[in-house]
Design a protein around this ligand. Sequence first.
Ligand code: URP
Ligand code: ZN
Ligand code: ZN
Ligand code: ZN
Length: 510
Amino acid sequence: SNQFCDAGIGHGDSTCAADFPSSNSKLLIKGGTVVNAHHQQIADVYVENGIILAVNPNIRVGDEVTVIDATGKYVMPGGIDPHTHLEFEFMDTTTVDDFFSGQAAALAGGTTMHIDFVIPLKGSLTAGFEAYEKKAKKSCMDYGFHMAITKWDETVSREMEIMVKEKGINSFKFFMAYKGALMINDELLLEGLKKCKSLGALAMVHAENGDAVYEGQKKMIELGITGPEGHALSRPAVMEGEATARAIRLADFVNTPLYVVHVMSIDAMEEIAKARKSGQRVIGEPVASGLALDESWLWHPDFEIAAKYVMSPPIRKQGHDKALQAALSRGVLQLVGTDHCAFNSTQKAFGIDDFRKIPNGVNGIEERMHLVWDIMVESGQISVTDYVRLTSTECARIFNIYPRKGAIFPGSDADIIILNPNSSFEITAKSHHSRLDTNVYEGRRGKGKIEVTIAGGRIVWENNELKIAPGTGRYIQMPPYSYLFDGIDKKDAFYLNSLQAPVKRAKSST
Ligand code: URP
Ligand code: ZN
Ligand code: ZN
Ligand code: ZN
């Protein structure tokens, strides 16, 4: 498709800036069905200086205002992807999408904000943060950061505090897998959970039993299973369930909220369901690949095709996908991410003789909004208001930026999409906007098409064309103590009160 600015890196051409609409422009979106997480109505939306000023039927404006007709279409908050990896250095290589190309792809697919994972640099959170600040300079849409915690000492503990109090980070990810690289043990996880609680920051876990996975991988290689199918066989769902349960128990022990990223299996989902039923604050994030795909691709005879489906935890057997969809519709899982982590076929080929060397990760930042619409709304599993909640509003609430983000209210940022339910989409590597040379959803078609994306009050996607410029995206600081922390202190006090006084024992007479 035709686009202005994502043809290559460092385009910096002046045509691009000249064609780029300023955020001062005034916009009126007329006659659409405006959908928020709890309400929908036919109304006009008026935008000025990047902010929504009014949501009402029949708004009248002057000639200087750009009018977009949304009759018969849905006007919804732009998607927020809670889980991406842009310009991520991982498994001896770097993902192909950076903060410009990845965001260009996102905007073309109706996502107007993402939260990426800062990885500490040689153990330093500050150095890691600064490195990601640099990477994100070329941003063309708003973004926030989570931070990974990969070791533990006094410095890390102090730096976590700085990140929360000064840098706008309110969530930390702990990897229970990737032994020898990012993996942490239970002792560190406990320290991390306690620290998160003391800061009002949300603890996130990649839940797989890393030691068992390491064993499983060795076993597969010994058996001579070196292809991509070995990836699935070496890290079974039961080991995702085990780690999910363990993280949930430890978070309960500390009494702090927990966010489980990329929930890929029934096993993990059922642990989350059980904990939530008992009243524990646990959030479960399925990703587009887990909802839309199954593991059979890993057995494809063509290595290049099979390898593109390698991610962790693995895409599971048929049945897990449907169960995760049902869990979303029942409220057991609360929002959808992508884990967008794009490696070209040349990078995937590092593991041609050994699946352990295939860089882990799949695409999705551009496809998530269309896939969730098609899989969840078109199938009748959720309402359109639920769609807004799962793709945008709940993410904004969890990461404490609602209602600036995640809503079409007066005062909210003008991050808006227009979806035509009567049109359709088709996904191909040829037409997508990511730099990736493949696509795990190649050839997939479905109903519903995001025809317009407005980010920060600018029309950035219209008529299948992107109009974007590097440097226009903003870093969104995320404050601590989201709603998930409400009542945590009361529960602590209740627990302390319920303890019986220490037993007084007489001194032994001997
Ligand atoms: O395979 C994956 N998921 N790659 C990205 C890193 C992670 O674990 O999220
Ligand atoms: Zn350009
Ligand atoms: Zn992960
Ligand atoms: Zn990830």
